[in-house]
Design a binder for this molecule. Structure first.
Ligand code: PHE
Length: 355
């Protein structure tokens, strides 16, 4: 075989081998390594070209032509392989980054306002809409505000009625966990007068209260809303009008109400307020114990001694006051049978009752 024929065969073999290598390269860097291996300065083709020197001068141009053709051919194959691979990688990347817009979203559990907080907010709003101002007082209260100023002197039997938590930590001045929101009447009136105001004064005071008591209808911590108004000529009719409006607004329907004579040291006269049973519409059921009526709050005309304790002239001014249990109101409105459900923090209950 002639020298040229041998080289031509060699070149052919290299070409086929290189094409296969380009085709089989698994990524761009391997493809480039193959290019260097066959087309690079120290590559297989250059190696063949070195043998050209051994050829006769008249054979050299022919083999030069063949080498160039193989080189061009491989260059093109390399570029095509590179383009195909880049395309393939791009498609792979697009595939990997693909977002399934039909996939259902992750379910996140939602928080709810506690039903008692809901009740507090609803009740308070009814009064602010009637023009009452919101007031608050401390939960750790002194005996003056919780009892004395409310016409409950130390030896008064009403103190025993309250199941008070006394705080031993305060040795110099006896302190209690307030047993009702009525001390806020005193604090709100004191602040009002200190700021140089004169009645009228109308206040709604929502808050936590504490009594040493625990069963299906009593919790040692519960919530009350206190409402009172002081002005010239405030009468029992004003009290009844506010009660009627507020109870119908809260329960979302026109409700009959009745006032039954009762006793609180800080009101005179005092009245227990009943509404027509919201569950049986007054027909008689288990909740109203077949009476058709449900007791919802305590009320009365503010006792002159209470006005005097803060320095308001009880000959010029009078007032009404009432206090209600928030949990009880929410239970009646939502038909909740056991007060303890509010404080057990079972999310199945809170989720169903909250909003
Ligand atoms: N403070 C009373 C209680 O907790 C309720 C009440 C408030 C009664 C205002 C009359 C006037 O039972």
């Amino acid at each position: 075989m002639s020298q040229i024929a041998v080289m031509e065969q060699q070149l052919d073999a290299i070409k086929e081998e290189a094409k296969k290598a380009f085709k089989n390269a698994s990524d761009l860097s391997q493809l480039d390594q193959e290019r260097v291996k066959y087309l690079g300065k120290k590559g297989a083709l250059t190696e063949v070209l070195k043998g050209v020197g051994k050829l006769s001068p008249e054979d050299r141009p022919a083999i030069g032509k063949i080498v160039n053709k193989v080189k061009d051919d491989l260059d093109r194959t390399f570029k095509i392989s590179q383009a195909v691979m880049k395309d393939k990688l791009g498609l792979l990347r697009i595939e990997a980054e693909r977002v399934d817009v039909t996939m259902p979203g992750r379910v996140t559990s939602r928080g709810y306002k506690h039903p008692v907080q809901n009740g507090l907010d609803e009740l308070t709003a009814i009064f602010t809409q009637m023009g009452f101002d919101i007031a608050q007082g401390p939960e750790i209260e002194d005996e003056f505000h919780n009892f004395d100023a409310l016409n409950i002197p130390p030896e008064h039997p009403a103190r025993a009625m309250h199941d008070t938590f006394f705080l031993k930590e305060f040795t110099d001045r006896p302190m209690v966990l307030r047993t009702h929101t009525s001390p806020v009447q005193i604090r709100a009136m004191q602040r009002f007068l200190k700021e140089g105001n004169e009645p009228p004064l109308a206040v709604v005071a929502p808050g936590r209260v504490y009594r040493c008591d625990y069963d299906m209808t009593h919790s040692p911590m519960f919530h009350q809303v206190e409402v009172f108004k002081v002005d010239r000529d405030v009468s029992l009719a004003n009290l009844k009008g506010v009660l009627k409006h507020f109870l119908s607004a809260y329960f979302g329907k026109e409700l009959p109400i009745r006032l039954r004579p009762s006793y609180f040291p800080f009101t005179e006269p005092s009245a227990e307020v009943d509404i027509g049973c919201v569950l049986c519409d007054g027909k008689g059921c288990r909740v109203c114990k077949q009476t058709g009526w449900i007791e919802v709050l305590g009320s009365g005309m503010i006792h002159p001694n209470v006005l005097k304790s803060v320095g308001i002239d009880s000959d010029t001014y009078s007032g009404f006051a009432f206090g209600l249990g928030v949990e009880r109101m929410v239970m009646l409105k939502q038909g909740i049978p056991d007060l303890r459900l509010f404080f057990e923090n079972d999310v199945r209950f809170l989720g169903r009752m909250g909003s």
